[in-house]
Ligand binder design. Sequence first.
Ligand code: SF4
Ligand code: SF4
Length: 510
Amino acid sequence: MATAKFETPALKPYPVIPLVAAGAMANTKPFVASAAIQANLGFPGELSEGWEARAIDKMGDLLGKYRSLRVYMDACVHCGACSDKCHYFLGTGDPKNMPVARQDLMRAVYRRHFTFAGKHFPWLVGAVDLDKSVLDDWYSYYHQCSECRRCSVFCPYGIDTAEITMAAREIMDSVGVGQKYANEIIGKVHKIGNNLGLPGPALRDTLEGLEEDVKAETAADVLYPLDVQGAEVLLITPSADFFAEPHVESLIGYGKVFHAAGISWTLSSKASEAGNFGMFIGNYEQLRKIAMRIREAALDLGVKRIVVGECGHAWRVAYSFWNTLVGIGAGGKDPFAIELQQQLDPRYKQPMHICELTHDLIGRGALRFDKEKNDHRIITFHDSCNVARGSRMGDLPGGQFTIPRDIIKAVANRFHDMAPDGTHEATFCCGGGGGLLTDDLMELRVKGALPRMEALKQVADQHGVNFMATICAICKAQFSKVLPYYGFEMGLVGGVHQLVSTAIRLGEHH
Ligand code: SF4
Ligand code: SF4
């Protein structure tokens, strides 16, 4: 049983809006990045004289660049529709974790510096100067938002708190106050190629070990290839897939799908990471620099297709940004983007999600399954925020919801969805997204998982659910850690391709 210095919230049979607990999470904040970590990303190492003016300049810069941010600052009518929609408010009761209050932390400064009323009558419109105590509040509460966008679904104006959080983090980085966890990881990607700092030779050893394990289990020669020139598919997957449980079970599943379908594929030691924490810190330059590795790897290896593994925010970045960021898909116009567009096979989506690939193969009868091999599992599906609300799949609206569920139903007999107020577009965050998957935020992560844990308990009690499938590396890691706090087994979470892996028949090409 997990131990903690805080109290794990009790699971209730149905969702209850908590009593307000002012300041309950005021002292919760992640470790601040050191000067060295900041320097790796080109950010100042600490606050220095005049930071207030530089922060306001940066805010002005972002307001000019992103019209949405200005609209979000101006449009809120404080109707309160979003106030009980954030899992961090539901789990902690801290009123500053209501999305509208989180936005207001920036809105008060915006009004002071960018509106007529705030400049001349600040006391009338709740406008405040940006000083150290306001900055401390920003650091705390903009690191208690997982950028999940659930609140925006319920806002009549579509105000997206996630974008405000990203802007706040970017402003803080620009004056020397960065988050250790996210910025350290971005530094590792630049230096070594993945979030875990796993070097190429260690990756090769790991993949060879996987081939031996799968051979021992199935007698099939399933390959987990690295840096294979001329392979058809380049698979970009979260580095957790290479060794963490349960993630690696999905990687095994991807390999079996490629093997069974007779598709040549490869991983890349240069781009051995699908994750892109540049999005979490709201920094376009970092976002682009991280994504650029993938384009370089695709050009180097001469692949025809780029497929993305089970990772929520990586799929959002791939689906929504890769085209204009680096030219994977239509959009990029520089010579390398054009070269890549000519190289990639136009008959396929570029990029494609591994679930789209598997779903398509199932639809064409190219894969066969023994569904009963999953009969020991009673399965539910957790929609991951960035897939549900930040991207799509397939050709039909809502494909990001139907495609993973279709795959599960094709490979397993026993499936039950959780209650509709916490699935599909209204899904609850796992509690660890948006750069918050760090042990220094354990209390927040456990409490933020409450709404999902309550929905899971319902289907566990009603249907005996014992497996929660998901297609996000962060969700898998977060749930593995927090499930025991709520009395569940940590092994209750796993990937969709873990289920595929269990049921797929090998040795038959169709
Ligand atoms: S984006 Fe998600 S975490 Fe952030 S305030 Fe909205 S609901 Fe909460
Ligand atoms: S739902 Fe939208 S308009 Fe209403 S308080 Fe929340 S952010 Fe403001």
